[in-house]
Design a protein around this ligand. Structure first.
Ligand code: XIL
Length: 384
């Protein structure tokens, strides 16, 4: 009798769940020196989001907090969860506040990590001055404000950022008013330039590229994992931008999943079609949330299914050589955005007490299977 890779993986996940259930909080199944970053193929970065303003301002390399030690040991890459968003970094028209973003970059340097920039053009978390002024903007005015912002922020971190989410969530969903189309109502910049939104998006990439020619520039969105109407629209947009000579270089699927919905098995096929356009792809914000029982705890089945979903996203990435980074949106439930926004929880790979969940071990195993010492995706002879 033979078993497929998936069957073996699912069996391993079930065994890990059983072990965690039996052993309780104290036991660690893996030796201490086994970490996600240690097992990651040389041509892939494994990352986590972190809120610099809240978690890293007090960073002292000689005396890190437990959270900081884990972030440094487990990950190759960090994404500022909020610190580079407009409301944080550009709170007033003539005021930039780089404190949180600087803390993320300094932490990454101290730990030999890369930084994913997030984000330059988005409809959410904009400061009041943008929201208020934008009603009266001409397209020319909106362009000037956006160009100043992109040039200032991207050039400050030029050389420190390997991938930038230039444009985030710029396409609506099927369930939004108007259906799948560019977000020309909610996004203040696209709204001001609604006569030629693609021209503005293209210029946003051009301004970012001018400020940091080394950074790989991404489109990024949720509900963008599988082949669907929204990703079809992204595919068409990417083709249009590339035909215009825009320096678009990557497509990111956020990977915010919920166990309330199924897993879209077309994720790898979706990544492959963007890779065929010559783009890099990435999983940029992975988490897997779930509705919890009255006691606030997940069931054994949910814990196992969560591990499978994380693994499903990782496999889609590992199987596509153009997939350059796999980032979780926070690594522990104590710092997850999920409970504040959804009526769900348990979304990350570690508990509030930093206990590793089966989802963590699913990622660890998936990464080490892909890397027997080094990556099969990378020419032999190169060590990480
Ligand atoms: C979230 C942060 O995690 C929260 O702390 C913040 O309050 C709201 O934004 N898609 C994105 C991320 O691109 O920037 C969002 O991050 C989550 C959804």
């Amino acid at each position: 009798m033979s078993y497929s890779r998936t069957e073996i993986r699912v069996a391993a996940i079930s065994a890990a769940v059983a072990a965690v259930m039996l052993a309780g909080a104290t036991a660690q199944a893996e030796p201490k020196d086994s970490t996600l970053r240690g097992e990651t193929p040389i041509d892939l970065k494994v990352g986590s989001a972190v809120w610099g303003q809240n978690q890293l301002l007090d960073f002292d390399p000689e005396n890190p907090t437990e959270f900081q030690s884990i972030l440094g040991e487990e990950f190759d890459s960090v994404t500022p969860e909020n610190d580079m968003k407009w409301a944080e970094i550009h709170p007033e028209p003539d005021v930039y506040d780089f404190s949180g973003a600087d803390a993320v970059v300094a932490f990454a340097k101290a730990n030999g990590q890369e930084v994913r920039g997030h984000t330059l053009l988005w409809h959410s978390q904009n400061p009041d001055w943008v929201t208020e002024a934008s009603d009266d903007w001409t397209c020319e005015e909106a362009r000037d404000v956006l160009e100043d912002h992109i040039s200032t922020v991207v050039s400050r971190y030029a050389g420190d950022i390997y991938e930038w989410d230039v444009a985030n969530e710029i396409i609506q969903d099927t369930w939004d008013d108007g259906g799948v189309k560019l977000r020309t109502e909610a996004n203040p910049f696209l709204k001001a330039c609604s006569e030629d939104p693609v021209g503005l998006i293209g210029d946003a990439f051009r301004w970012a590229h001018e400020a940091d020619p080394e950074a790989v520039l991404f489109l990024n969105d949720y509900n963008a994992e599988g082949v669907n109407e929204k990703t079809d629209a992204y595919y068409a947009l990417a083709q249009e931008l590339l035909a215009d000579g825009v320096p678009l270089q990557g497509f990111g699927a956020q990977g915010h999943l919920s166990l309330m919905y199924g897993f879209d098995e077309s994720m790898q096929a979706n990544f492959e079609r963007f890779a065929d356009l010559g783009l890099q792809v990435a999983v940029t914000e992975a988490d897997v949330r779930m509705p919890l029982g009255e006691d606030g705890n997940p069931t054994e089945e949910q814990i196992a299914l969560q591990a499978e979903r994380y693994d499903g996203m990782l496999q889609a990435c590992l199987n596509v050589p153009a997939c350059s980074s796999f980032t979780v949106w926070g690594f522990d439930d104590g710092h997850s955005w999920v409970p504040g926004v959804f009526d769900e929880g348990y979304a990350t790979i570690m508990t509030e007490e930093y206990e590793k969940k089966p989802a963590y071990f699913a990622l660890l195993d998936g990464l080490s299977d892909a890397t027997p010492g080094r990556s099969p995706r990378t020419p032999p002879g190169l060590d990480k």
